[in-house]
Ligand binder design. Structure first.
Ligand code: CP
Length: 311
């Protein structure tokens, strides 16, 4: 089966077979990341523009590394040091970049739906590196890759997602991806950070507290509090949040023995989880980051049609 999409905007748009194809491709491309010389000519001659309107460490860096390992030429544009600061619109910025003939624009933007708007107007591929509180498909894919590597499957896993569900594009992409792949998703978070009707997204259960979500879970995924997206204070205090929704060794014991702990980063240590949990043997947080390179290689490869370079 081939990949039929020009763009990757949301995991909501992908079928189970398409997600499996991306995960399988990432698993096989990951072999390149373990070589001494980590470069293949597969996408030689392609140009990737990383256009980031929001801060990023993991996503931007790993898209750049992924592109370079496949021999793409890469250019990074950060809004804060570009003509966006002079008032240039997204449309004008995109048209000016397009005039330089890129093959793929990887974009992060604070507005939900910005990528859909852009993808409809440009001929090159658009990959969503995070749009507002909507989706973060590469994060959802690398999270599923990490779970599949640990358990050999995604179907039937109990995945607890805890924290600021309302403002989390990571939660939304994981909910769509995991339920498409047959996992059971249990959500917990402060009522002020739990969207009404979220259960309607699929096989999703909203729990009354964190312990219920973590109980017998295979995966405990903690989310970052998105203070930058919260228009008003939604919490009495960080201390209170850590007490009721922070992961500590005692709560982690409720999960299945050997359950894995995940977090998309950056972690607020002592808030979303204790440092002990973040650094314990059950923590797969750095494994997630490593998998981010492989999954982004697979995304770049498939939006380019999956064709090997000639010559
Ligand atoms: N997980 C994630 O999106 O991290 P960055 O914001 O550092 O890219």
């Amino acid at each position: 089966m081939g990949f039929r999409h020009k763009d990757i905007i949301a995991l909501k748009d992908l079928t189970k077979e398409e997600i499996e194809l991306l995960l399988n491709t990432a698993d096989s491309l990951d072999e390149i990341n373990r070589r001494d010389i980590k470069k293949v000519p597969t996408l030689r001659g392609r140009t990737v523009v990383n256009l980031f309107y929001e801060a990023s460490t993991r996503t931007r860096t790993s898209f750049e590394i992924a592109a370079k390992r496949l021999s793409c030429d890469t250019v990074n544009i950060t809004a804060s040091t570009s003509s966006v600061t002079k008032g240039e619109t997204l449309s004008d910025t995109a048209n000016n970049i397009l005039a330089m003939k890129p093959d793929i624009i990887v974009m992060r933007h604070s507005i939900s739906g910005a990528h859909e708007y852009l993808a409809k107007r440009v001929s090159c591929s658009v990959i969503n590196a995070g749009d507002g509180a909507h989706e973060h498909p590469s994060q959802g894919l690398l999270d599923m890759l990490t779970m599949r590597q640990k358990y050999g499957r995604i179907e039937g896993l109990k995945v607890a997602i805890v924290g600021d569900i309302t403002h989390s594009r990571v939660a939304r992409s994981n909910i769509y991806g995991l339920t498409t792949m047959g996992a059971q998703v249990f959500l917990a978070g402060p009522p002020t950070m739990m969207p009404v009707g979220i259960e309607r997204l699929g096989n999703v259960t909203v729990c009354k507290d964190m312990r219920e979500a973590v109980d017998r879970a295979d995966v405990v995924m903690m989310l970052r509090i998105q203070l930058e997206r919260q228009g008003k204070t939604l919490l009495p205090s960080m201390r209170e949040y850590a007490r009721y929704f922070g992961l500590n060794p005692e709560v982690l014991k409720l999960a299945k023995p050997g359950a894995i702990v995940m977090h998309p980063g950056p972690i607020n240590r002592g808030v979303e989880m204790s440092s002990y949990v973040a650094d314990c043997d059950q923590s797969y947080i750095l494994k997630q980051v490593s998998n981010g390179v492989a999954i982004r290689m697979a995304m770049l490869y498939h939006v380019c049609g999956g064709e090997p370079a000639e010559g």
